[in-house]
Design a protein around this ligand. Structure first.
Ligand code: NAD
Length: 429
């Protein structure tokens, strides 16, 4: 395929149209024809979950690694295979009804925006985008085109998390003033950028893997697969990875929007990897479920969280490995990732009357919404705001110990140096 000049900035990205926007129509058999971009790793799991719906016809598979592509093709022999999503849209755009994007984070917005410009509903993995400006562009496009969308935070649909939302909103601990959340996972890298290059595996198209990201030599084990999360140009560190899942419930339960201030405690920036240990403190404007403002503190990296009296449990119980603690006027609610919540009042556990809820299938919800039979619970209108809040913390980890002030209306920081990190420099590839 002839390399086209690609994307200059997120605004231009939102206006890229490679084919006339076409209203999608289902296959003759009434099935929803899907295209899957990124079918290894989580993409393989997304493919299985979406195609387990009996009204799905998997029509196109795209991956830059032929090993992943071959494994997916085995399961869906009738699907056409591609290594370049632009070629997929060019060739097959009129024959697909919905798109699933499960690539590394830096390709989420470029691929989703291209699909949405063609009028396609999109299921995109979390975090919705790699940059704040992309989150705003993706949201606007989805809203302007009134598209069905869903971000891949499947836990959003789990009954344990939905019941916590209902308990908090029902006032079980009164108005909430603080949430502390943690993950000891380490999707950071404190070392130097590697030097030299390794031979590119003959199964991998490295140029397409890089996509709109800056040119860089291939190095084994640093990027593909999975480890790209640790690197600034492709991933969003542990906060962007686990924070999206773990913050999702507090974000919904407390009806939060974007924060006012963010301050990160972490090592000095290296210009290459995300920090391995972060404590990120946000202040959000108050809502009807919070006191005058809401403090959210995120801890990540090995050993997280740090000791804090808010996290002491009755009977000297051990904190769950990952999760969050809501601290309100009348008590605390512990929400393990992911299990039912526990109520703590005056240092003792109290019984909870949980609402009766069933698990919803996040993937089938998207398919059913495309078929006009349901609504998605994490559409881009929601997911972009949650992602923006998370990504502002990711930006803050480039300015350790400095309080950054975010202005929602102008979509900018008062600290001008931080504004240069809100968007990407897109490479033509
Ligand atoms: N919701 C969840 O629970 C969950 C869990 C794991 C990962 N994820 C998300 O899924 C996404 C993928 O993560 P992963 O762990 O599977 O990564 P990975 O690196 O293991 O797999 C990514 C796949 O996408 C392919 N790919 C890369 N660039 C591509 C491109 N331009 N076009 C087509 N294919 C491309 C790779 O070859 C690989 O098969 C990330 O956004 C991650 O945050 C979500």
């Amino acid at each position: 395929m002839k390399r086209r000049s690609f994307i200059k900035n997120a605004a231009a990205l939102a206006s890229v149209t490679i084919l006339p926007s076409s209203a999608w129509a289902l296959a003759k058999n009434g099935k929803l024809r899907t295209a899957h971009i990124g079918v290894g790793g989580m993409g393989g799991s997304d493919l299985k979950s979406i195609s387990s719906h009996n009204m799905i016809e998997v029509t196109a598979l795209c991956d830059v690694d032929t090993n992943s592509l071959a494994a997916a093709k085995k399961l869906h022999p009738n699907a056409k295979v591609f290594s370049d999503y632009r070629k997929l849209f060019d060739e097959l755009g009129k024959n697909i009804d919905a798109v699933v994007v499960s690539t590394p984070d830096h390709t989420h917005a470029p691929a989703s925006i291209m699909a949405m410009n063609m009028g396609k509903p999109v299921y995109c993995q979390k975090p919705l985008t790699h940059h704040v400006s992309e989150a705003r562009a993706v949201r606007k496009l989805a809203e302007d085109k009134k598209l069905i969308t869903q971000m891949g935070i499947q836990i959003h649909s789990f009954k344990e998390y939905r019941s916590a939302v209902s308990l908090i909103q029902g006032g079980i601990i009164g108005k909430v003033h603080t949430v502390r959340a943690w993950s000891p996972k380490n999707w950071g890298y404190d070392g130097p950028a590697p030097t030299g290059s390794d031979p590119i595996p003959n199964t991998l198209d490295w140029n397409l893997w890089l996509g709109t990201a800056p040119e860089r030599s291939y190095k084994d084990k640093y990027y593909h697969p999975g480890n790209w999360r640790k690197i600034l140009d492709y991933g969003c560190g542990t906060l962007g990875d686990m924070g999206v899942h773990i913050f999702d419930t507090p974000y919904t339960a407390l009806a939060l929007d974007v924060p006012k201030t963010i301050k990160t405690s972490c090592r000095k920036p290296t210009g290459f990897g995300h920090p391995e240990h972060n404590i990120v403190t946000y202040e959000f404007p108050g809502t009807k479920f919070t006191t005058g403002s809401l403090k959210w503190v995120w801890y990540d990296g090995p050993g997280a969280p740090n000791n804090h009296k808010d996290l002491d449990l009755p009977n000297n119980d051990k904190l769950p490995n990952q999760g969050s603690m809501f601290i309100g006027e009348k008590g605390r609610l512990l929400l393990p990732h992911f299990a039912y919540a526990k109520l703590i009042v005056n240092g003792k556990y109290e019984k909870i009357d949980f609402p009766t809820l069933e698990n919803a299938d996040h993937y089938h919800q998207f398919v059913d919404a495309c078929l006009g039979k349901d609504e998605t619970s994490a559409p881009f209108s929601y997911a972009a705001r949650l992602t923006e809040a998370i990504l502002l913390g990711v930006v803050a980890n480039r300015f350790p110990d400095e309080t950054l002030h975010w202005d929602n209306a102008s979509s900018s920081f008062s600290e001008s140096a931080a504004n240069s990190l809100l968007g990407g420099n897109y490479r033509s590839f």
